[in-house]
Design a protein around this ligand. Structure first.
Ligand code: GLN
Length: 495
């Protein structure tokens, strides 16, 4: 375990122990992962490296580790990670997967990036994602798709596809992601890793390039629930001066209750998550996971989330509405791309935006502007807001009967790259199980629970009530103590 060849097989917790015991240095660790990430560049997971900055951070971590000798508990000091390219970073280019921001350098670090750096984590680079986090397959990135390490002809999911692929391929022990409608949970499921999206407002959105501000939330992606707990503890906390929607809830140690028994746990199983459209292979893996929970002493309680289907039209009205407003800042004046030639100011705006934005982003700006327009606002946007509230209320009804909710993350395993052709609706429909929790602002996670069709990973989604992240991580951790699906690895990316 102490040889560098196996370093990439270690979890965050194991690496932290090794670093703490000074059996390996942060510098060696960073170099090992950088070499590996560069060797697997063809996966398309990374968009930017800055070796000098990474090694500088690693050296600083080594100094801090030497100084902390004797302290009882290992920390995240010296553990490497990479960030979804939706987070702005001073030392790395920040593109949000868009041509609009190609080559853009931010003057500051996103709060989440700064917090993880303050814990001594070493940033190895930036990870590919769908343009402005809009997508479910990472195919909307202006910088090319990402390949799923389990099958290079398949999507890693999206929009945090680079994060999921990098963790699954062991190019990094952990990564950040963001989830607006499922972008942490779905790629985690498609790549056989663990990821958690906390309660809306838990983590600061400062420095996260905004997509839909009432939904966007940051979270960690790693191989185990324990690793996610370690990272999430460092990421969360109020940021009142910079994100007015950040919750006034103190940072929490999410590892503290990982081992709590789940013998009296009531798991709500929503009927609507198991209807038509769910493929047999995913259903079988999810059912087997639920049976495992019964073996661990949990009780399954059938529940109903009656407006599950409505979450698709509601989300695809609200998210584009917010996006159309957020993206108005990309006008060629303040940030990024500007058309080379134009007749006047209006022409400059038009050409800049026509050149800088990809097809899906333009589609959403148009949908958003339409649903917010005079005459349609009441019919679409206002209605959607009302149903959003009802969806949130449905969850509160359900949580009277259960402690957590469990079901599939997505109706299928990862599909073929290009598999949805030019049909954006096919992507939208596949979001059906992640959107309800997002609209309600609830914490949700995905953990690997089996292999489905074509030996592709299947994730189990766990949804908790507000601020119940510790409970979710505990429930996931107990499963990972009892089973070894989280150890399954894509062939060709092993030791
Ligand atoms: N697939 C959803 C969308 O395209 C969710 C994306 C996300 O969570 N960022 O909007």
């Amino acid at each position: 375990m102490t040889t560098t060849t196996a370093l990439h097989d270690l979890t965050v917790a194991q690496l932290a122990d090794l670093l703490h015991a000074r059996k390996v240095s942060a510098l060696e660790t960073a170099q090992h992962f950088l070499t590996r990430a560069q060797a697997h560049a063809s996966l398309g997971a990374f968009l930017d490296f800055n070796e000098e900055a990474s090694l500088r951070q690693a050296r600083a971590a080594d100094l801090a580790l030497a100084a902390s000798r004797g302290s009882a508990t290992p920390t995240l000091l010296g553990v490497p990670l990479a960030h979804k390219d939706i987070f702005v970073t001073r030392d790395f280019v920040s593109t949000a997967g868009s041509r609009m921001l190609a080559g853009y350098r931010s003057p500051f670090d996103a709060t989440v990036v700064a917090k993880l750096a303050a814990h001594g984590m070493v940033t190895l680079g930036k990870l590919n994602c769908d343009e402005f986090a809009m997508g479910s397959a990472n195919e909307n990135s202006a910088f090319g798709p990402v390949k799923n390490p389990w099958d290079l002809t398949r999507t890693p999911g999206g929009s945090s596809g680079g994060s999921a692929a990098a963790v699954a391929a062991r190019l990094v022990p952990a990564a950040t992601g963001t989830d607006t409608g499922g972008s942490i949970r779905q790629p985690a499921s498609f790549c056989g890793i663990t990821g958690i999206k906390p309660t809306y407002g838990r983590a600061s959105r400062y420095g996260m390039v905004a997509f839909a501000s009432s939904l966007d939330q940051a979270g960690p992606m790693a191989r185990t629930a324990q690793d996610c707990a370690l990272l999430l503890s460092a990421m969360c906390g109020p940021d009142p001066d910079r994100d007015s929607t950040s919750l006034d809830v103190p940072a929490e140690d999410f590892t503290r209750s990982l081992n709590e028994p789940i013998a009296s746990l009531r798991i709500g199983v929503p009927t609507e998550f198991f209807g038509e459209g769910l493929t047999d292979d995913v259903r079988a893996a999810v059912d087997a996971a639920l049976k495992e929970y019964e073996k661990l002493g949990a009780k399954l309680v059938p529940i109903s989330l009656p407006r599950t289907e409505l979450s698709i039209p509601v989300y695809y009205i609200i998210a584009p509405a917010e996006a159309s407003s957020n993206l108005s800042r990309f006008d060629g004046v303040k940030f990024g791309h500007r058309a080379a030639q134009y007749a006047d100011l209006t022409d400059m705006y038009k050409k800049t935006r026509a050149e800088g934005f990809g097809e899906e982003v333009k589609r959403r700006i148009m949908i958003g502007a339409y649903v917010l327009s005079h005459g349609y606002y009441d019919a679409y946007y206002l209605q959607a807001q009302k149903i959003r509230r009802m969806i949130a209320d449905d969850f509160q009804q359900a949580f009277k009967q259960c402690d957590v909710i469990a079901g599939p993350v997505a109706p299928t395993v990862a599909w073929q790259l290009g598999g949805h052709g030019n049909d954006p609706l096919a992507d939208y429909l596949a979001d059906i199980f992640t959107l309800p929790g997002s609209l309600a602002g609830l914490p949700g996670m995905s953990l690997p629970v089996g292999l489905g069709a074509n030996q592709m990973p299947v994730g189990l989604q766990l949804i908790g009530n507000y601020l119940q992240e510790a409970r979710l991580l505990n429930v996931a951790h107990r499963f990972q103590q009892a089973t070894d699906w989280h150890l399954a690895r894509p062939e060709g990316f092993g030791a």
